[in-house]
Each structure stands twice: as structure tokens, then as C-alpha cells.
Design a protein around this ligand. Structure first.
Ligand code: FAD
Length: 394
């Protein structure tokens, strides 16, 4: 690890890895630091991603794909199961990844492109000069050090602190922080080609419970509930344990994780002098699905492209870095985040009876394209009043 780089990336998840790779390929000196002793563990993710989305960033490889998905099922509170299929053969629905291997592959590619990778190294404060970020103070294997950089990319995930230390408002309201628990379970009866989503306030208040297959008889079984409903006796883990006891009483849990997913709007501003915020740290998780891998990679790559141009021109001020913020907001991702935020706010007002009615209205449908957008369009088509209710939301 040197003490001076063009770009310092904080965090070795998908956002940081794509940023480091892109920046190194553009000819910058790049360092990516990760506080954990190993990239990719522990996995705090259900590991689902759309095939088309993934292919925009990396060629799929069986080494880090656990399962290919053919359909999704929504299970309403009354047990009605809505099977969502894509209406053409050879469909492109999704993968369940093996993120322990996937995250390592992404960071490996960044290293191959020339980035330095340093694990067991935690950013503890920004280096600030005249109000601008000029690098980070770190603890590397317990030893303090300074790493200076023209631009710092904060890719430190949900529990991100770096942007806040540098003066950005990163607060997530409690009700918009999903509290999650997940078991990797084996020896369970599942449909290995289907991702299953269980809805309802008894099952997962203001959230959902998922079963994402990782191969035959093995799946990520997890849940996200709103932070404001999480209390003793009714925490995410309690809901999950009740579901598992009922549905998979003989299953074996071989890994248990907990984590948070922010389902708020993105940060009001994702740049400052010498600083760009990417991935979960920028709160660009889809508010309906909680999916953030694709958006992390998108913002990581875009930020690195903009930073590279700014370094070349010798100007890394907030104003110069702003095209990153403007571009992602105007992008398809930005538009979907804003729309899905409103739809999420609508969904959390629905009681179980209304959820059952919506599920009944789409009892078995094929979608032209398999996506949340296509599903919402179908729901609105069959429940026109929903559009008015959605429009009432700001
Ligand atoms: P992360 O992957 O969180 O990486 C951030 C990295 O920064 C971490 O490795 C962390 O150790 C490191 N770090 C933090 N602070 C510091 C510091 N101070 N110094 C150095 N390093 C630091 N998304 C999907 O698309 N599909 C899913 O199925 C899905 N399921 C999920 C299920 C659960 C239970 C949870 C919690 C999340 C899920 N997500 C899912 C979200 C997805 O995991 C994230 O959106 C994605 O990992 C974001 O990538 P990132 O690089 O922004 O952050």
C-alpha cells in the first residue's frame, strides 16, 4: 500500500470493485481498502440478480452461479400463489449467485486491471483540507496510516460512515431501514427453479420473506421487516424462525446472517469536494425488492468514469464531480428508484385483505419482460384505482 493514489476506494463490495476496476483500466493509480480480513464474507445477501442486468457488468460464470431461476412466485397472505413467468421460451429471469466467489472475482478483476487491494484496513476518518476530502485516515492491521487521493469513492455499504464523516447527510429513518435475517438452509423441499416471495403482515410486516434456491434442496431463506416493527419477540429472526418451523421443520441451517437494507430515497447529494458516494452507501437499493447488487455496480462504474475525467482535467471539486450525481438520477436506474419508492410507500399501507385481492387479480400471468416494472404495470391494468392511489403519493 502506497500513501498516495489518484483514487481511493473504501469498501470491497460490488460497488467498490467495479469502481476500482473501471478507474484502473482508465490508467489511474487506485487503491481499494476493505475492513474485513477477506473479500466476500460474511455474505449479507440473498444473492438474486436478473440475468440481463448482470451481463452488463460481467460475463456469467458457473463458478459463482448457484442456481438459474425460471420463475418467481408471490404467495399472498391467504396462501394464493401467483406464478410469474416470462412469456417466451429461453427466458432470461435470473440467477442466484454465490457471492463469496462472485465478490472475490470482481475484486480480482480490479486487481488484474492494476488496482492495489488491501484487506484488514478500515477507514476511520476523511483527511480534510479546506473543506475538501483529500484521502482517508486508516487503521491497517491495527496500524494507523494516511492514504491520500485526488478522489475518494465511498463504497462502504449500508452501515456507511465515511460520507457522514465528510459532512453529507446519510441518515436513514428507522421505518425505512429493513431489518433482515437469513438462513442458508439445506435438506429442504423447494422448487429449485423458482424464487418465492411471501407477503403479509403476519409473515413479514412491511416487507417480505424469501426463499431463493441455491441448488437442489438448498436455499437462502430470509426475511426483511420494517425497523419500526422490530422489537423483542417480534424481530426479523422471530418471524423467520416461525416460518422455518412451519415450512421446513427438518431443514438444517448451515449459515445465519443478519443485516440492514435501506429502502429510503437515495442521498440528496452523492458528491462533495474530492468525494463520491456509490452503492448502498448512496442508498441506491431498490425500495421494493431490496436488490442493490446491480445498482452498486452501475454507480461504481459511472463514478469511476466521471472521476477519471476530472482527474485528467485537474479539477475534483464538487461541481466537477456533479455529472455523476446528475447522470445516475436521470438514468433508468434513477427513474426506477423514484417510481419504486412511491410504489413501496403505497404497498406498506395495504392490509392483508387488499394484498389478497391484488394477488387474486393476477392469479397466473405471463410477463413480456420479467421485472418489477412489468408486474406493476400488470397490477395497474387490472386494478385501475391503484394508479389514482399511487398518484396521490408524493
Ligand atoms: P457492500 O456489498 O455492503 O460492501 C461494502 C463493503 O465496505 C463491505 O465489504 C464492508 O466490509 C466494507 N466497509 C465498510 N466500512 C468500511 C470502512 N470504514 N473501511 C473499509 N471497508 C469498509 N441485493 C440484490 O441485488 N439481490 C438480493 O437478493 C439481495 N438480498 C439481500 C439480502 C440481505 C439480507 C441484505 C442485507 C441485502 C441484500 N441485497 C440484495 C443488497 C445487496 O447485498 C447490496 O445492495 C450490495 O451488497 C451493495 O454493494 P455495495 O458494494 O454497495 O456494499
Amino acid at each position: 500500500m502506497k500513501s498516495n493514489y489518484d483514487i481511493l476506494v473504501i469498501g470491497g463490495g460490488p460497488a467498490g470493485a467495479l469502481a476500482a476496476k473501471t478507474a484502473a483500466e482508465a490508467g489511474n493509480s487506485v487503491c481499494i481498502i476493505e475492513k474485513r480480513p477477506a473479500i466476500g464474507t460474511p455474505v449479507r445477501c440473498a444473492e438474486g440478480i436478473g440475468k440481463e442486468l448482470l451481463k452488463e457488468y460481467i460475463k456469467p460464470d458457473p463458478r459463482w452461479i448457484s442456481a438459474e431461476i425460471e420463475r418467481a412466485r408471490l404467495i399472498a397472505p391467504n396462501g394464493t400463489s401467483v406464478s410469474l413467468e416470462q412469456d417466451r421460451a429461453g427466458n432470461e429471469v435470473g440467477y442466484v449467485l454465490d457471492r463469496k466467489v462472485f465478490d472475490r472475482e470482481l475484486v480480482w478483476q480490479a486487481a488484474e486491471a492494476g488496482a492495489d487491494v488491501v484487506v484488514k484496513t478500515r477507514a476511520i476518518a476523511p483527511i480534510m483540507e479546506n473543506g475538501a476530502v483529500r484521502g482517508a485516515k486508516v487503521l491497517s492491521a491495527g496500524m494507523p496510516a494516511d492514504i491520500r487521493a485526488e478522489v475518494v469513492l465511498a463504497a462502504d455499504g449500508t452501515e456507511a460512515q465515511f460520507a457522514r464523516w465528510a459532512g453529507l447527510d446519510t441518515t436513514v429513518p428507522l421505518r425505512e431501514m429493513m431489518s433482515c435475517a437469513q438462513y442458508l438452509m439445506t435438506d429442504i423441499d423447494i422448487d429449485a427453479g423458482s424464487t418465492d416471495f411471501y407477503l403479509g403482515n403476519e409473515i413479514a410486516p412491511e416487507g417480505y420473506l424469501w426463499v431463493f434456491p441455491k441448488g437442489d434442496r438448498t436455499a437462502n431463506v430470509g426475511i426483511g421487516i420494517t425497523g419500526r416493527k422490530s422489537r423483542d419477540g417480534s424481530r426479523a429472526k422471530d418471524y423467520l424462525d416461525r416460518f422455518v418451523a412451519k415450512n421446513f421443520p427438518d431443514g438444517k441451517t448451515i449459515e445465519a446472517i443478519a443485516g440492514g437494507v435501506p429502502v429510503c430515497r437515495p442521498l440528496a447529494c452523492t458528491v462533495a469536494d474530492g468525494l463520491m458516494v456509490i452503492g448502498d452507501a448512496a442508498r441506491v437499493v431498490d425500495p421494493i425488492t431490496g436488490g442493490g447488487i446491480g445498482n452498486a455496480m452501475y454507480t461504481g462504474r459511472l463514478a469511476a468514469q466521471v472521476a477519471s475525467r476530472c482527474i485528467e482535467r485537474g479539477n475534483c471539486s464538487k461541481e466537477a464531480l456533479m455529472p455523476y450525481d446528475t447522470e445516475w438520477r436521470a438514468s433508468r436506474m434513477g427513474t426506477i428508484l423514484e417510481r419504486n419508492y412511491k410504489v413501496k410507500e403505497y404497498f406498506i399501507t395495504l392490509d392483508d385483505a387488499k394484498l389478497n385481492t391484488l394477488a387474486d387479480s393476477i392469479a397466473s400471468i405471463s410477463l413480456k419482460e420479467f421485472s418489477v416494472s412489468a408486474l406493476i404495470k400488470e397490477l395497474i391494468k387490472r386494478n385501475p384505482k391503484m394508479l389514482l392511489e399511487l398518484k396521490a403519493l408524493r
